[in-house]
Design a protein around this ligand. Structure first.
Ligand SMILES: NC(=O)C1=CN([C@@H]2O[C@H](COP(=O)(O)OP(=O)(O)OC[C@H]3O[C@@H](n4cnc5c(N)ncnc54)[C@H](OP(=O)(O)O)[C@@H]3O)[C@@H](O)[C@H]2O)C=CC1
Ligand SMILES: O=C1O[C@H](COP(=O)(O)O)[C@@H](O)[C@H](O)[C@H]1O
Length: 476
């Protein structure tokens, strides 16, 4: 695919565009990474002309930005007001896109608008062979809804021109999972059930609803975070080495993992899942209200979920993947723990030996540490004294001069240049929904209500019991 000359940005006045998309495009422009001829046509319902939209966009850029870079970027932007639910306006939008052969379209709007938007784009000649389409999550709220969206997309844009966003795939450390696993010989021979006892993935957020209450209450933590980001992390951690880094090879391997996830259904849902909802509490000593107070109404939506999952294949037989995520957690943290098995025989008598553990931190800092046993200095007569020490890869220091990028920078650049590896394929997203739907059906069948827990904690005590039953402790 060649780099595009036009980027059509739907939802350009919205929160995501202001906080992430416009600043990311600006950052790419500042580094000279956008095609020189790229024009960005912003669209939303609000009445704006080019100048007033450029003023809105200017407010989203860093205050310290170089004035020349700022003006150069703003000059790329034009605006067309359009109600995407009304097919009439699309002809005028198409007039603003003279080169339809090299066009990227980004839908940063609610999924309810996707069908009408795609129909409008197709009828206005904006779905031809040179047009590619990116879609923000959520891609539905169930397998059935996701299929409806995917069918509507497929009617106008073939899969090789469809770019489904999961912004976690744009994060440096998430991409580094592939670098770490497949650019080193050290770990791959150990990366299986013979050497790994379990895996933990924790994503904690200190924020609550952030003005997205209606959306969030309709989704809950399982569908907001596990269906997409966490399952993509599982897929990247568990997949076989792809033959190449191309989109088909990587996504073929990921989808095999997603299809191998053992269903959590009515029979296993009580043993393998925990639903929680935060009540009033404190984070870093600051009091925060409970979920229903944040929301302004009663609700049983889970704001915390913990799961015990299995990837049923040869490599991962019997290895639990413990997942947990929640709003109003004690800290903002995204972390993966790969817990290796203990040495088969200790020559150190009764001295406790901690098994090796790989700690991959995605946020707030990016780092990889391996905990190892080492001899503590000293002249002990009753044998060696051992201590657990971290072997620290020191990512923050090694790349101290690199700017921390917004995940959308990578994804927008790949969209503009036509690289699909970091976008989610239809079969992946549908396998993810199939697994999630079964859990939700299990919750409904068992009448599993969300258990209250104080804000500022990692979920209800049942989440601790979920791992403790297996003699495993969450890495806190
Ligand atoms: N915000 C975030 O952090 C994240 C958002 N998302 C997803 O991205 C999408 C956008 O989110 P967000 O920016 O927060 O949403 P907002 O509600 O802030 O913005 C919605 C945008 O859609 C436009 N819009 C609404 N109705 C129409 C219409 N009928 N025709 C044309 N444009 C319309 C709005 O235009 P106008 O303002 O002019 O009415 C606005 O630009 C959602 O699906 C959301 O779930 C995903 C991950 C994170
Ligand atoms: O997709 C989403 O992700 C964010 C968390 O993203 P992060 O990059 O800050 O980890 C989450 O807050 C939001 O609810 C969800 O929709």
């Amino acid at each position: 695919m060649s780099a595009c000359t036009h980027l059509l940005l739907f939802g350009a006045t919205g929160d995501l565009a202001r906080r992430m998309l416009l600043p990311s495009l600006f950052a790419l422009d500042t580094e000279g990474l956008l095609p020189q001829c790229l024009r960005i046509i912003a669209t939303a319902r609000s009445a704006h002309d080019d100048a007033s939209f450029q003023a809105l966009a200017a407010d989203t850029l860093p205050e310290a930005a170089d004035p020349q870079a700022r003006s150069r970027f703003l000059a790329r932007l034009s605006y067309v007001a359009l109600d995407a639910s009304d097919q009439q306006g699309f002809a005028a939008l198409a007039e603003a896109v003279p080169d339809r052969g090299n066009l990227a379209i980004f839908l940063s709007t609610a999924p309810a608008l996707f069908g009408a938007t795609i129909a409008g784009l197709a009828s206005a000649g904006l779905a031809g062979p040179g047009a590619r389409l990116a879609l923000e999550k959520p891609l539905g709220d169930s397998l059935a809804a996701s299929r409806t969206i995917n069918d509507a997309v497929a009617a106008a844009y073939p899969e090789d021109r469809t770019f489904r966003i999961d912004h976690y795939l744009g994060k440096e450390t998430v991409q580094n999972l592939m670098g770490f696993r497949f650019a080193n010989t050290l770990f791959e021979p150990l990366w299986n059930a013979a050497h790994i006892a379990h895996v933990q993935i924790s994503i904690g957020e200190t924020v609550g609803l952030e003005g997205r209450g209606d959306y969030y209450d309709g989704m809950g933590a399982l569908r907001d975070m596990v269906q997409n980001h966490m399952l993509q992390l599982v897929a990247l951690l568990a997949m076989e080495p792809p033959a190449r880094l191309d989109p088909a090879s990587v996504r073929d391997e990921k989808v095999k993992v997603l299809r191998s996830l053992r269903p959590i259904d009515a029979a296993s849902v009580e043993a393998c899942s925990v639903r929680g909802q935060y009540t009033a509490g404190a984070i870093d000593g600051v009091a925060v209200p409970g979920y229903t107070a944040d929301l302004g109404r009663a609700s049983d939506t889970e704001t915390f979920v913990a799961l015990k999952a299995y990837v049923d294949n040869w490599r991962w037989k019997g290895v639990p993947f413990y997942l947990r995520t929640g709003k109003r957690a004690p800290e903002r943290l995204s972390e993966i723990i790969v817990q290796f098995r203990a040495v088969p025989h200790s020559i150190f008598g009764a001295a406790p030996l901690a098994a090796n553990k790989l700690v991959i931190t995605l946020q707030p800092d990016e780092n990889i540490r391996l905990s190892m046993m080492a001899k503590a200095p000293g002249l002990d007569q009753d044998g060696l004294k051992l201590r657990e020490l971290p072997l620290d890869i020191g990512l923050p220091n090694a790349f101290a001069e690199s700017r921390r990028r917004i995940a959308y920078e990578r994804l927008l650049l790949d969209l503009i240049e036509g690289r699909q590896t970091l976008f989610v394929r239809r079969d992946e997203v549908e396998a993810q929904w199939q697994w999630i739907d079964a859990i939700r059906a299990g919750w409904a069948a068992r009448g599993m209500a969300a258990r209250p827990h104080s804000a500022g904690t990692w979920g209800p005590s049942a989440a601790i019991a979920l791992t403790e039953r297996d003699d495993v402790t969450w890495h806190d």
